[in-house]
Design a protein around this ligand. Structure first.
Ligand SMILES: N[C@@H](CCC(=O)N[C@@H](CS)C(=O)NCC(=O)O)C(=O)O
Length: 206
């Protein structure tokens, strides 16, 4: 498989974790977000949204990290990234989507650039906006987890879908200097995940 990816892209980080957890061999084609390579005609032909990641498996081309991860889950079911019980599976997806739909899109590069270019928001205000959406979203994530008890990972004793979304989001939270004191359980899970080779190899500096 081939993954179009950028080291510090948290959406790419998610797919890299899933590939490593499933021990699927893959190559990386780097797309430089700093020089807007994601907006080049060559890349837009592959991914009309102009964002990373894009996963290629032969003729299959998948954008959207969650769709790519679900594809990996279906084509390489072991080890599974989802719990067995339907309630728990729904919870895992709920947590992943909370990050994918409610936190990350509001703090990604494109939105922060628009806040500056269209509305004149200063760098400091853009960072404050990102901090606010991340902190609020992570606090909701932590509350949903608390209802489930004290498992070592987000859903049970193995890392899975929700952890795959949580760890890159915490990486972003630190980039924006979010206050994580209100979400100690998330910090603990992140530390535990980062002790695993799959997460370390997938990390921006991995
Ligand atoms: N929902 C998409 C998000 C993709 C996304 O926003 N990627 C960011 C990097 S994390 C990106 O490529 N940004 C470049 C831009 O906004 O121009 C996914 O999960 O794949």
């Amino acid at each position: 498989m081939l993954l179009y990816s950028y080291p510090r892209s948290s959406a790419s980080f998610r797919v890299r974790i899933a590939l490593h957890l499933k021990d699927i061999p893959f190559e990386i084609e780097s797309v430089d977000l700093l020089t807007d390579e994601q907006k080049s005609a060559r890349y837009l032909a592959l991914n009309p949204q102009g964002v990373v990641p894009t996963l290629i498996d032969g003729k299959v081309v998948i954008s959207q990290s969650l769709a790519a991860i679900e594809y990996l889950e279906e084509t390489h079911p072991t080890p599974s990234l989802l719990p067995k019980d339907p309630n728990d599976r729904a919870r895992a997806r709920q947590l992943a989507l909370l990050i994918a739909c409610e936190i990350h899109p509001l703090q990604n590069l494109g939105v922060l650039q628009s806040l500056g270019e269209r509305f004149g928001a200063a760098e400091e205000d853009r960072r404050a906006w990102a901090r606010e959406v991340i902190e609020r979203g992570l606090q909701a994530f932590a509350k949903i987890l608390d209802e489930k008890g004290e498992a070592p990972y987000c859903h049970g004793d193995r890392p899975g879908l929700a952890d795959i979304f949580l760890v890159p989001q915490l990486f972003n939270a630190r980039r924006f200097e979010c206050d994580l004191r209100a979400v100690p359980r998330l910090v603990e899970i992140d530390t535990r995940c980062m002790q695993l080779e799959a997460f370390r190899k997938a990390a921006p500096d991995g």
